[in-house]
Design a protein around this ligand. Structure first.
Ligand SMILES: [Zn+2]
Length: 601
């Protein structure tokens, strides 16, 4: 949304700006913490509010200032979470004209002098209110000297002075400052809550709006109440107080993030036509080809962060769940896609038609993305050569369908056709057989609960020697999500008999240990204990994969196996795998050579 629009349509956003914690939606955690602090009389001297733009930081700061200084309708109240709104302090703060509440925008006053003024003022008692309150917006913009000056006051703050800082970029605020503040993270308002909020306001304003339209607005606002209300305003003005879904979609116009994600998803699923069509419809909506590719790169980056177990930052919930699905492709594929996109993004500049060039990139990506990675193939080939998993000596395994240990079996790793589904199914021998061989070996030690002789089904429970085994097992059981979460979120501290100690990393994984214990117990028929440690542990499997992938990339040229890898791709030539530095060599532009080059990446 352009600034133009925000200023032209901000009536509702101003009218419904929250003036109490009750009207501040979607920030329950913040309100709870504050109310505890108030009840215990343990108010910090400084607060820092952080969150994306439009999320309500300034409104929250003002509500907090009112709560701190409110005296109640009868003039006898103390600090409260429910400022009365009628006392002099409440009213003056709401109008931004309270003599003891000073608002400053660090974005325009970054000098040390401005801060010095504040600090000097802090030494005087408040004129009329309980506290002298300094609200500093975009505090990360202060200069280093300004921070140093501020720090002195924060180290020994006068009793009746409070600081409320707001920032969109908490990482740019020095730790020395943060450590002296009580921090509150303002969350994006969840879509459902936002839609309800919009419906309430639409009703109060006499605007008739379709549910679907409000849902679209909620999504587009990406958790910002201010943006949502501006859009509602704009839509109401456009439709003369009648809002339908179709016109909202038209109004929102250009490529939304979700659209770009959909293009990526189609590419990864090998659905070339779908990807191109999505691109064309975004293009028809006015989206720039170059911007779309840049957005795709950005999303790949974030998906890779998720896949590696790192936090992708504060994203709207919709996008986060879509990105998680993409992250499940695995780091290797994401990395390959990233390189292709980066390459294509560069090509775009030289192309006579950026639109055509962008489509070519998508077609290439959709063609390549679903194929197994070199690491997959190498793994498969190695498994074919040495079918036994490390622990199992090849003795009297009666396993009927154990994979033939002889040939590199060029049949198995043939890449699926671009139209086939995307999931990273190992083209290997059916995982069950591999598992069974291990079972026969380890059943001796594992001692399942019911030690009946050679019972089929239940008693031949899988046994595991590592977290990798466990992840592979659930992968083979088609529990792709559990597999991906295990890889992303767990660092192993110790691994024992039906016992696992882990450190949980990344977001939204608190339930994972419990889920894993349950799934393992079900799978093995014996109780598993998964305990959580605070520190320690090695890399996550995802991180290991990334490392292996990187090593393989550099060592690829030396591996004799690479030859077999290339065989798996029809017509690919080994000459092209040698070096990747010289892209200008321009071999005869055969797609296979291109393919081989991408693989060597
Ligand atoms: Zn009041």
């Amino acid at each position: 949304m352009s600034d133009n629009q925000t200023t032209a349509y901000r009536v509702l956003a101003r009218k419904y700006r929250p003036d109490s914690f009750e009207t501040l939606i979607g920030q329950d955690a913040l309100v709870r913490t504050l109310s505890n602090a108030l009840e215990l009389g343990r108010l910090a001297h400084a607060f820092v509010l952080t969150g994306v733009r439009g999320i309500g930081k300034t409104s929250t700061a003002r509500i907090l200032a009112r709560g701190l200084n409110c005296e109640g309708a009868d003039g006898t109240g103390g600090p409260t979470l429910n400022p009365c709104g009628v006392c002099q302090h409440c009213r003056d703060i709401a109008d931004s004209r309270h003599i003891d509440v000073l608002e400053m925008d660090a974005a325009s006053n970054t000098g040390v002098d401005d801060v010095r003024e504040i600090i000097d003022g802090a030494n005087y008692r408040p004129v009329s209110a309980r506290f002298k309150i300094y609200i500093i917006d975009e505090v990360h913009m202060l200069s280093r000297n300004a921070f140093n000056a501020l720090l002195k006051t924060l180290e020994e703050p006068p009793d009746n002075v409070k600081f409320i800082f707001a920032t969109t970029e908490i990482r740019k605020v020095p730790v020395t400052i943060l450590s002296r503040c009580q921090r509150f993270d303002l969350r994006r308002v969840p879509n459902e809550l936002m839609t309800t909020h919009l419906a309430r306001i639409a009703k109060a304003e006499g605007i008739s709006a379709e549910d679907g339209a409000l849902i679209q607005i909620s999504r587009a606002s990406e958790g910002s109440v201010r943006d949502a209300l501006s859009l509602l305003d704009q839509a109401a003005a456009m439709g003369a107080d009648k809002i339908d879904e179709a016109s909202i979609i038209t109004m929102l116009g250009q490529a939304e993030t979700s659209q770009v994600i959909a293009i990526l998803e189609a590419c990864f699923a090998g659905q070339t036509a779908e990807a191109v069509n999505l691109f064309l419809s975004a293009d028809a909506g006015g989206a720039e080809a170059e911007t779309m590719l840049a957005d795709m790169l950005d999303l790949l980056h974030q998906a890779s962060l998720i896949a590696a177990g790192a936090s992708p930052g504060d994203l709207p919930e919709d996008q986060l769940s879509q990105l998680r699905a993409i992250a499940d492709m695995g780091i290797a594929k994401l990395g390959r896609a990233w390189q292709m996109m980066l390459h294509g993004h560069r090509e775009l500049k030289d192309a006579p038609s950026p639109k055509a060039a962008a489509q070519m990139v998508l077609i290439r990506l959709a063609h390549l993305a679903p194929m197994p990675t070199p690491a997959d193939i190498i793994k498969t080939l190695q498994e074919d050569k040495a079918p036994a998993s490390p622990a199992v000596p090849e003795t009297s395994s009666p396993a009927p369908s154990s994979p033939a240990p002889s040939s590199p079996a060029p049949s198995s790793p043939v890449p699926s056709s671009p139209e086939s589904s995307s999931s990273e199914v190992p083209p290997a021998p059916p995982p069950e057989t591999a598992l069974q061989t291990t079972n026969n070996e380890q059943a001796v030690t594992a001692a399942p609960p019911a030690p009946s002789a050679d019972m089929p089904a239940k008693s031949d429970a899988p046994s595991f020697a590592s977290l990798r085994d466990i992840a592979d097992y659930f992968d083979a059981q088609n529990e792709k999500i559990l597999n991906a979460r295990i890889k992303r979120h767990l660092r192993v501290v110790s691994f024992g008999q039906h016992k696992l100690e882990v450190v949980v990393v990344g977001d939204n994984a608190e339930d994972l240990p419990q889920q894993l214990a349950k799934s393992l117990s079900t799978a093995t028929g014996a109780p598993w204990l998964v305990s959580v440690c605070e520190t320690g542990g090695g890399k996550t499997l995802a991180e290991e994969d990334l490392e292996i992938q990187n090593k393989e990339k550099s060592a690829a040229a030396d591996l004799p196996l690479v030859a077999s890898v290339l065989e798996a791709f029809e017509g690919a030539e080994i000459t092209a795998i040698k070096q990747n530095d010289d892209e200008d060599d321009a071999p005869q532009a055969s797609e296979n050579i291109e393919l081989a080059r991408e693989i060597s990446n």
